[in-house]
Design a protein. Structure first.
Length: 123
């Protein structure tokens, strides 16, 4: 998922605080170190997506995320596009609804594909 630079900059302090708090717990730190998609304990992109997913999963989290971005003077259209993309990605991940193009673009193993989301038929 491509994230606008303005949003990345607006969330930097929050994500950095989130990362530091997570890494205080030795069990969580060890777990994160063993994840394939986390390059290091300073991998900002990993912790940004982790933070956004936590916001999506928690009741009222999206509203908190939205208000945080609005307070940082991020363009509301960019905020809406960002939240829509994050929700769509979370939905597709949860329900394993990937198109063949997404499998290719996002390097998702075909084993993780549930129902296909494209309606193409071959002869």
């Amino acid at each position: 998922m491509e994230i606008d630079t303005e949003i990345v900059n607006a969330l930097y302090d929050t994500v950095d605080f989130f990362r530091k708090e997570l890494l205080k717990d030795k069990r969580i730190k060890k777990y994160i170190q063993n994840l394939e998609n986390c390059e290091s304990l300073d991998d900002y992109n990993f912790f940004l997506m982790f933070y956004v997913n936590e916001c999506i999963d928690k009741k009222g989290g999206i509203q908190i995320l939205y208000k945080k971005l609005v307070n940082k003077k991020v363009n509301k259209l960019k905020i809406n596009q960002f939240i829509y993309s994050a929700l769509k990605l979370e939905y597709k991940t949860r329900h394993k609804l990937w198109s063949f193009n997404e499998l290719d673009e996002l390097n998702i193993p075909i084993e993780l594909m549930g129902d296909k989301s494209s309606n193409y038929k071959f002869f």
